[in-house]
Write a protein that binds this ligand. Structure first.
Ligand SMILES: [Mg+2]
Length: 257
């Protein structure tokens, strides 16, 4: 059995609720680092670019590098580059997703007829006409990619509709199914393992959403710790360890080292 070398750490609902750190978040990050574990912050959140996420997380994780974050926007950008090279992308999403596309060498376009791909993700600012353009681009044959399909997004003020709700709109109107690149898809899991240079038995997935984080652990064949501070409150499976809070995550993790 390989030694655990790294944690694939979820962000929303695990370390943060909206912009507010969850109690014990910085203590957990500190302890894992003391134990010599590498942490890859693996998030489906596509509102923010990696740079924006690092800014938001500074108080909890201190100075970290861009390589320490893998978000679903980057996964979408890499997926496009591997499959199609540099693309003309129509974004149904937020500014952070636009930034990831540009950093990935893609051209962000504003009209459906110019798009090779539609990348859809979470956004708090969407107009019906943007959905119409995305819809038309997909019908014209653009590759349709979903950064994630989370049904809700948990904030300090309660749950908000997640990216999955927007994706459903476009899937229903076009009768096409989006390619999912974020958790729980193997794509982002394999990307994470490649970036770390590790095998599934050398990582542990930590997250608050059973359908997303624990399903990823299952899909890549890694161990998982479900933290009950966010979306999932009653684990439906005992395939993973469950922790009531972030201090308990550290305790559970120590049993796996
Ligand atoms: Mg989460």
């Amino acid at each position: 059995m390989s030694r655990v070398e790294a944690v694939l750490m979820d962000v929303d609902g695990t370390l943060f609720l909206g912009d507010t750190p969850i109690s014990g978040a910085s203590r957990l990050v500190e302890r894992l680092r003391e134990w010599g574990l590498r942490i890859l912050f693996l998030t489906n959140n596509s509102f923010y670019s990696r740079r924006m996420l690092l800014d938001k997380m500074l108080s909890v994780i201190g100075d970290a590098r861009l390589e320490d974050v893998l978000n679903s926007g980057l996964a979408a950008s890499e997926y496009l580059r591997e499959r199609r090279g540099a693309c003309r992308v129509f974004v149904v999403g937020d500014v952070g997703l636009v930034e990831e596309m540009i950093l990935g060498g893609h051209q962000v376009v504003g009209r459906s007829e110019d798009a090779d791909a539609v990348v859809a993700g979470g956004t708090k600012d969407i107009s019906y006409w943007r959905l119409v353009e995305g819809h038309r681009a997909i019908l014209k044959g653009a590759l349709f990619i979903a950064t994630n399909k989370d049904h809700i997004y948990m904030t300090e003020r309660g749950p908000m509709p997640g990216a999955g709700a927007l994706i459903s709109f476009l899937e229903t109107s076009t009768r096409r199914e989006a390619v999912l690149v974020g958790k729980p898809a193997r794509y982002i899991g394999d990307l994470a393992l490649r970036r770390l240079g590790l095998t599934p038995s050398e990582v542990v997935v930590v997250g608050d959403n059973e359908e997303v984080d624990m399903a990823l652990a299952q899909n890549i064949g890694s161990k998982g710790i479900l933290v009950l501070t966010g979306i999932s409150r009653n684990p439906s499976s005992n395939n993973w360890l469950a922790a009531k809070n972030l201090d308990e995550v550290a305790e559970k993790l120590s049993t796996l080292l």
